[in-house]
Each structure stands twice: as C-alpha cells, then as structure tokens.
Design a protein around this ligand. Structure first.
Ligand SMILES: [Zn+2]
Length: 375
C-alpha cells in the first residue's frame, strides 16, 4: 500500500499528457488558467505552451509559486507534483489572504523534446543574469569545449576526446572540473550549459507572469522543482539566499534544518547568478521573497553527465529524428525521471511536506518542525 495510492496517475508519460492532466486538474480545482505559446514547435511540429494556474483570491498578498520544467525533461517530476496537489483538494484549505500560482512546463520545448535546454540551446537556469552587465567568463569551459562534443560518440576521435577530459579533470580537480563543465558558459552557443546572450522566451515568460500576478504581493515563496542531483528519491531544498539576511532566516523558519545553503558551501557552487532564484528575487524586489530550489536525486551524477553529453551530440552532430535518437532520449529521460513507483512516492511526500511548510511559513507560523530557530 503506497502512501499516495493515486501517485502513479499524477505523473505523465510525455509533455502533452502532462499538459492535459495539469489543465484538467486545474480546471476541476477552479483555478484561473493562462497559457503562453512557445515560439518553437515540438518534435512532431505541434504547438507547445507554458501554462499557469492561479488558485485563491486574485488579490492575495501572500503567494506560493511552484515552478516545473525549468530544465525541460525534469518537468515530469514537477508536473506530477503539481497535478497531484491540484487533485488533492488541499487548495480548499488555503487561508483567505494566500494564493498558489502553479507554473507548468516553464521550458516546454525541453520537456517535449526530452532535453535539459530550451529551443535556443540555453540552460534556463544559467539565463537569469542581470543582462545589463557583461556575462561572466568561464575559461575552463574553453579548454574542454571541443572534447565535450566530438563529431562521433565512438571510435578513435571519441576516445581521444575522453582522454582530454580525463586529463583536464585530473589536472584541475573535481571542483574546478565541475565549474568548467556545468556552472555556465556564454561563448559556445552549441555547447553544454550555455547561458545565452539575453533573456530567453521562458525567462521573459516567467517575468511577464510575475508582473501580471505578483505585483500586489507582499510575500512570495517559490519552489522550483528540479531533478538529477543527490541520492535517489531524496528531495534536497537548496537556498541561494545570502547567509545572515532575513530571507536566509525565513528559509530556515519555513523549511527547518533540512535546507542546504549554497552560500555556505553546502552544495556545489555556481560562479554566477544565472539560476531562477536570482531572476525571481530581482523581479520581486517589492516583496519578501523566500526561494527554494528543490532537487530530487535520481541516479549517479556521472550517468547524468554522460546522458547530457550524448544528447548534446545528438542535437549538434546527429539527427534527433533519426534511429540513434531513441536510446539517447531514453537514457536522458530515465536519468531525470526515474519512472518507478517508489521514486514518485518520495517526490509526492517531500513535495507536499515542503508546500505545507511553505504555506504555514507564509502565515507566520512555525511549520511544526519541533525546535525554534536560534540566532
Ligand atoms: Zn534542473
């Protein structure tokens, strides 16, 4: 007997099923819906959308915003939670001054194509920079850029590329290797973890959603659902708030001792402010923003890197519609969406827990975590 007997049906097999489930559940919950058409089509030429569902008073000063699909293929997870929450009836218990804003498939292209990146090959979670300033440099990426994308995935050229990567990694160490590869780069438009040259469509869409729905808000809590980091099924809530700030204190008050703080070195560091956290906190400077990036662990990190690299190769050198696509897409999907009952159950448990704590936090109450916060 599962903790959530209906857990399987909340999670979808593809983007379109996820969208249909979300719209149906949101409509049944009486949510106000809006859709935003993505400029790029799906794999069969079909239209793609980011959808929003607002539950509660349109003028509510306190809002919980839940994002799914920042990293396309990771959207299976966040969408499943959003659908389950809408179906749960818990929205009927919202206090009068509190609303919930669900943003479904922020990067619908990546969700539909089973990619991390968007239609511009941009990693959306590296794209929320302050673009009035020069983009950060990442000299390490330059050194490994060619080796990351050999023209073939097997044979002598691939073996040589792997040797270059292995030798670079040994020379600079794990942390510098991680920074070079994954912290974001802004000069190789076909490369991995590319941050773009300006705000992408998804970035602009999130900003217009915030401008329309959150201008009146005084308190906004945001949970951005991701997958692929950490132990299988474990939901790590990561805070990028600066230690010592009111926001960092609220994160602890809301979500307790299980929070990981990137600025205290509790997660791998990003060298620039490209993640969603920074876009949201800048855009909502008029409100008290409490932001958490929720990472659900899946399989080994090396498997994830290999899957992302193969997918990048497919879209740069291969044929995403050809016969070589299926195993690559299958591996990527599995890496970012373990399609197992126990993993989905873990996502729902942790998701509901963090949403409950966030809503309690917004009410100014301790979220039942037992111990008071000491400073
Ligand atoms: Zn992610």
């Amino acid at each position: 007997m599962y903790l959530f007997p209906d857990s399987e049906s909340a999670f979808s097999a593809d983007y379109h099923q996820a969208r249909a489930s979300f719209l149906k559940a949101a409509t049944a919950a009486g949510a106000r819906l809006q859709q935003h058409a993505c400029p790029a089509p799906g794999p069969r030429g079909e239209a793609l959308h980011t959808d929003t569902a607002w539950v509660g008073d349109p003028a509510a000063p306190k809002v919980l915003m839940v994002l799914s699909g920042t990293h396309g293929v990771e959207g299976f997870c966040g969408s499943g939670f959003q659908v389950h929450w809408l179906r749960s009836g818990l929205h009927q218990q919202l206090p009068g001054d509190t609303a919930v804003l669900l943003v479904h498939a922020l990067n619908p292209y990546g969700f539909a194509w089973l990619r991390r990146v968007n239609e511009d090959n941009v990693d959306l979670n590296r794209n929320y920079l302050d673009w009035s300033r020069p983009a950060p440099e990442n000299p390490g990426y330059n050194e490994i850029a060619r080796a990351l994308l050999p023209s073939r995935l097997d044979g002598p050229e691939a073996a040589e590329a792997d040797a270059v990567l292995a030798s670079y990694r040994q020379r600079v160490g794990e942390l510098a290797f991680y920074r070079a590869l994954a912290s974001g780069q802004f000069i190789h438009p076909q490369g991995m973890f590319y941050g773009g040259t300006g705000p992408t469509w998804s970035n602009r869409t999130l900003h217009s959603v915030m401008a329309e729905h959150l201008a009146q808000a005084t308190d906004v809590t945001c949970i951005d659902f991701h997958t692929g980091l950490g132990p299988y099924g474990h939901g790590d809530l990561i805070s990028d708030h600066e230690p010592g700030t009111d926001a960092a204190q609220r994160v602890r008050q809301f979500w307790g001792d299980g929070v990981s703080e990137s600025r205290r070195g509790q997660t791998l560091p990003l060298v620039q402010d490209g993640p969603t956290h920074f876009g949201v906190t800048r855009a909502l400077a008029h409100a008290r923003v409490t932001f958490g990036t929720l990472e659900f662990g899946t399989y080994e990190r090396e498997l994830g890197r290999a899957a992302l690299r193969a997918d990048q190769w497919l879209h740069v050198h291969g044929d995403p519609s050809g016969p070589e696509a299926a195993p690559i897409k299958q591996a990527l999907r599995r890496q970012y969406f373990p399609d197992t009952a126990d993993w989905k159950e873990a996502v729902l448990f942790r998701g509901h827990q963090l949403v409950r704590m966030a809503l309690a936090g917004l009410q100014g109450a301790r979220a039942g975590r037992g111990q008071p916060v000491h400073h």
